[in-house]
Design a protein around this ligand. Structure first.
Ligand code: R5P
Length: 322
């Protein structure tokens, strides 16, 4: 039984290339819309055609400029809802405020929850996202969602392109928070795991002692993390594994957030290759700094396939078993 009309794909201004690749995967075109910013910074959205009764997907990451991108997403969702779309899905390759997911000190907000509330209030019936900082963020939404793990893209790349040449590889997580996902990564490339432990040694955010738990001496190291933001964690991690006798170092991570001078810092490190995804576009001038040491794997086929299955009412879990 056909419940919805066709698939309609919209992109905000944050993810045009990724959205175009998703559309190509599905054999669709992106729908036209105007997004205008007035002199007072208020945004205005207008759809070029009706979405009444359609199954609509809005693709927009919410990395920098975070508030502009988030607001655009919210306004797009509301516009589609008010135009009587049958179902609206927010497709958010990178979800902002993921690290603000608990009250871990007095008098602070849980902003990830606020963002989830706003997405729902704006009109999303469903959402889709990739590797949020913690998967428990699902609990902040009361609408159904597909919270996807794109780590297999990195694992497949390592297995197909690097694994055979790696000398006694070991997967190292940059902190203990990523231990469980790091273990899955290590199992995926059939390598042992090691962890970096950070300990506060004084009442100053920067005063930390770092230790490697596990064996890196004379091994090729694959450092793994969910995102690189300022690059601080990865710089420390690379220096530490090198001090502990690592041979070549590779860095695999899902979201290239790259705030401030992160890329400049990465460019200066003795890292053989950075492997990441296009969940957030990397400006060409930044990508150039890393040259052929940067490999970007596209999440478009994953998002496209999940959209197709969601539209057709088919299992998404099955996709990961195939
Ligand atoms: C932290 O918990 C995350 O997993 C990343 O390690 C963190 O977001 C990286 O941030 P930065 O690049 O600023 O050190």
């Amino acid at each position: 039984m056909k419940v919805y009309g066709g698939i309609k794909l919209y992109a905000g201004t944050a993810s045009p290339e990724l959205a175009t690749k998703v559309a190509d995967y599905l054999g669709e075109s992106l729908c036209g819309r105007d997004i205008v910013e007035f002199p007072n910074q208020n945004l205005f959205v207008k759809l070029h055609s009706s979405v009444r009764g359609q199954d609509v997907y809005v693709i927009q990451h919410t990395a920098a400029p975070v508030h502009r991108n988030l607001m655009e997403l919210l306004i797009l969702l509301q516009t589609l809802k008010l135009d009587s779309a049958a179902r609206v899905t927010a497709v958010i390759p990178y979800l902002c405020y993921g690290r603000s997911d608990k009250k871990d000190q007095p008098r602070v907000p849980i902003t990830a929850r606020l963002v989830a509330d706003m997405i729902q209030i704006a009109g999303a019936d469903r959402y889709m996202t990739l590797d949020p900082h913690s998967f428990q963020i699902q609990g902040f939404f009361s609408i159904p969602g597909d919270v996807l793990n794109a780590q297999y893209l990195l694992i497949n790349y390592v297995n197909r392109n690097l694994r055979a040449d790696l000398h006694e590889p070991v997967v190292v997580t940059v902190d203990l928070g990523y231990a469980k996902k790091g273990r899955n990564f290590a199992a995926g490339i059939d390598a042992p795991i090691a962890f970096i432990e950070k300990r506060r040694v004084a009442n100053d955010a920067k005063a930390q002692a770092l230790t490697v738990i596990g064996e890196v001496q004379d091994r090729d190291v694959v450092l793994v993390d969910d995102e690189i933001d300022t690059g601080g964690s990865i710089v420390q991690a690379v220096e530490l594994v090198k001090e502990n006798g690592a041979r070549r170092v590779y860095v695999a991570f899902l979201h290239p957030v790259f705030s401030g001078d992160a890329v400049e810092r990465l460019a200066a490190l003795p890292v053989a290759e950075y492997i990441t995804t296009d969940s957030i576009p990397i400006p060409p001038d930044k990508a150039r700094l890393l040259g052929d040491r940067l490999t970007i794997l596209s999440v478009a086929p994953l998002l496209g396939e999940v959209i197709r299955r969601a539209h057709e009412g088919r299992s998404v879990g099955q996709l990961f078993n195939e």
